[in-house]
Design a binder for this molecule. Sequence first.
Ligand SMILES: Cc1ncc(COP(=O)(O)O)c(C=O)c1O
Length: 424
Amino acid sequence: MIPPLLVWHLTFLAVKCNPDPLVLCLLAKLGTGFDCASKGEIETILNLGVEPSRIIYAQPCKAKSFIRYAAEQGVKQMTFDNSDELYKINRFFPDAELLLRILTDDSSSLCRLSDKFGASMGTTKELLNLAKALDLNVVGVSFHVGSGASDPQSFAKAVQDSRMVFDEAAESGYDMKVLDVGGGFSGDLFEAMADVLSKALDEYFPPSVCIIGEPGRFYVSSAFTLACNIIARREIIDPATHEPRYMLYLNDGVYGNFASLIYDHQVALPRILSKSNQSIVCTRYSLWGPSCDGIDRITESCVLQGRLNVGDWLYFEEMGAYTSCCATKFNGFNDNHDVLYVSSDRGAAELLLKEHIEIQMENGLKNASIFPSTVVTSSSTMICHEDGAGSYGMAANRQLADTEPLMARIFVESLFAQQALHRN
Ligand SMILES: Cc1ncc(COP(=O)(O)O)c(C=O)c1O
């Protein structure tokens, strides 16, 4: 559970990234905080029994009714980045604990946020003076270097800017105590980012300042694997080589769990989960979703070992972030997901087993099961059934525990074998 380098005093999972009920439940049980961006997300987290003090409403431009709701529920921590928001908060929640979200250079990130949010450095002093005149309680600064950030140095610049805002706040009569370093962390770059961030924090902030983070994909990306069924196939003969290549149509696409290809600019890497033909000849494929739309393409070109056919299965790792939560019902397809949870992390499995029946009933999850196993190392699998309905599985991700996706795969294969036995 402890990140390789401890950069946060407190983390708030960005709920938007993956609001899977058992992900939320596990993290709630483990004491994580939650970054919510809407009334609905706040409701979901409060319903898990999480205290309002473990929620930050990290959306700088909120609806009036949502601010009122946060006030009623005692969710005090929230961000702002403009004067209109300050007037609104003054009217509906004058006791809120405010963090001033500042603009960052997010040019190296996959999903830029600074086009939409963040006070520029030239405007922060004025905003702090206005907050003071309104007698509002500004407790800190927040930033986000962009989701899927790739330049660790963007954290250093943002920390430096935050220091300037802390100093401006002191001039306005505030003694700020919180720095929210946002999200943007990824598994691959986490250590490099943590290193740059830790050094900058040491340089610019005393240990008395509480450092919080809002990681999203860092927590959940590797926690989910997606399994898809091939529902149709088209053979194309290459005119030059006379070799066949195939267009494969899967039961899931960019309007479903592959929404991350569009919204999160991800690339899907297919692997073979099960196949009926035992040939191992390298074959070129393009992969397509089930909808009628031409944009619904998963992979333009890939080579897989074997002649895949209708009924075979593929799987895709790292499918936990911005995937099922962005799925639509376009073209009459279902955005429901059954969930297969796999966990051999004893502590996590025990926590989940206690809760899952209740959660399953509340969320109407069908076939959601947790399989504690001494064989399967904590991992997760999301399965899409032939009828287009998907199913998801998870346990703990690489950051939470040692993950071995292959073990989850073996587990899923044995599950298919059991299902086949049932049918016969
Ligand atoms: C305010 C805020 N915090 C945290 C996150 C999570 O970011 P990531 O998934 O890159 O860690 C987001 C994502 O958009 C966000 O908008």
